[in-house]
Design a binder for this molecule. Structure first.
Ligand code: NAD
Length: 346
């Protein structure tokens, strides 16, 4: 077949292998023969086998793939206070750096069947279907840091090229509009950010609606009127805070997928927001839906397979509407029962 994609699969640790197996099963049912999986040890599992959370071979294999599908890493087995001992999270950071993943995408959808699981009132969140596009490798988190006895500073720097590439991702993902979130009334980096966003919009995406929202206002709007947003485009620190705030809309961490995209046609990385959940690992009760929804993001943002991505997402919705509830959602369904429920709605 012409368009077979190669996916580097990193099951990792804890519940990682349990939920990764469900994603593979789902994708093989949805797009049979169109994806080839190549599995690699990652995180704690790689430390045990190779003494490092990510080997050069694994990074090279991921670079050569069309997408990286990661479950979760970490666990008490590798917790250590020895600063020289290898740690599972070093694999994550090394992968982000190694693949140049500068865009973090977190979709937040209010799923009808789970409206009651949100801390917000159902009528406020109904219809919410937004995407936070966060710049991931620039800004204040990466600027020069100083410290003296009685003062400290963190430098916030953005270049035009960094803003252009993240803006393009946001405009390309928009269905209704892009809400550019900044603090242009105070910050010089925000003024440059807004100028560049305006230019990229005018030159490349004039058909997309664009609005500007100051970050403090955006934080309020997210809880008072979340369904008004479509794509939220923002810098690293604002995106860090707003994406966690937005995530609360859906209720359970077992439901949240994410995508990180890199440059120059390189592969993106797709992973659930949750960790390796050592407290429930090996018991077959993990919620696999965040991993399944991460696979849907891979189909959409990694391969451009929108129809297949939407089919997978609506199968998840269908299974939930039919009553599927794993333990984190207040039910008793096992990982395997959740997988079967989604497959039956594909
Ligand atoms: P966690 O997300 O693993 O777990 C938090 C709580 O949510 C736990 O009670 C867990 O049982 C529950 N939970 C998480 N995912 C679930 C799922 N799919 N289904 C049902 N319940 C689920 O976070 P933590 O406990 O802070 O961290 C555990 C380990 O995971 C640590 O070693 C941490 O470093 C690592 N971690 C890894 C990642 C990653 O791989 N990206 C992210 C966060 C934490």
């Amino acid at each position: 077949m012409a368009d077979v994609k190669r996916v580097a699969l990193l099951p990792g640790d804890g519940i990682g292998p349990e939920v990764a197996a469900v994603a593979v099963r789902m994708l093989e049912a949805l797009v049979p023969g169109r994806i080839e999986f190549e599995e690699h040890l990652f995180g704690g599992a790689s430390i045990d086998a190779h003494g490092t959370a990510m080997t050069d071979e694994t990074l090279a294999a991921c670079r050569a793939s069309d997408a990286v599908l990661l479950a979760a890493v970490g666990g008490p087995r590798w917790d250590t206070t020895d600063p020289h001992a290898p740690r599972p999270e070093q694999g994550l950071l090394g992968m982000r750096k190694g693949l140049g993943l500068y865009a973090n995408l977190r979709p937040v959808r209010a799923i009808g069947a789970l409206l009651d699981a949100s801390p917000l009132r159902p009528e406020r969140i109904r219809g919410t279907d937004l995407l936070v596009v966060r710049e991931l490798t620039g800004g204040i988190y990466f600027g020069e840091k100083t410290r003296t006895a009685d003062a400290a500073s963190d430098l916030c720097v953005y270049t035009v090229a960094e803003i252009e590439r993240i803006a393009r991702i946001a405009f390309a993902a928009a269905r209704r509009k892009v809400s550019n979130v900044d603090k242009a009334n105070v910050l010089e980096t925000s003024r440059l950010w807004r100028e560049v966003v305006l230019r990229v919009h005018a030159e490349e995406f004039p058909e997309v609606r664009l609005e500007h929202v100051l970050v403090d206002n955006a934080a309020m709007q997210l809880v008072s009127n979340p369904s008004d947003f479509d794509v939220i485009l923002t810098e690293n620190m604002f995106g860090d805070i707003l994406s966690d705030e937005a995530a609360m809309i859906t209720g359970s961490i077992g439901m949240l997928p994410s995508a990180s995209l890199g440059g120059a046609g390189g592969p993106g990385m797709f992973e659930p927001v949750h960790g390796s959940a050592p407290d429930i690992a090996g018991r077959g009760i993990a919620n696999p839906l965040a991993m399944v929804l991460s696979s849907a993001l891979m189909l959409r943002h990694g391969f451009g397979w929108e129809t297949e991505a939407a089919a997978l997402e609506s199968a998840v919705d269908g299974a939930l509407a039919a009553g599927l509830r794993t333990r984190d959602l207040g039910g008793a369904a096992t990982t395997d029962e959740a997988a079967q429920a989604v497959i039956s709605h594909l």
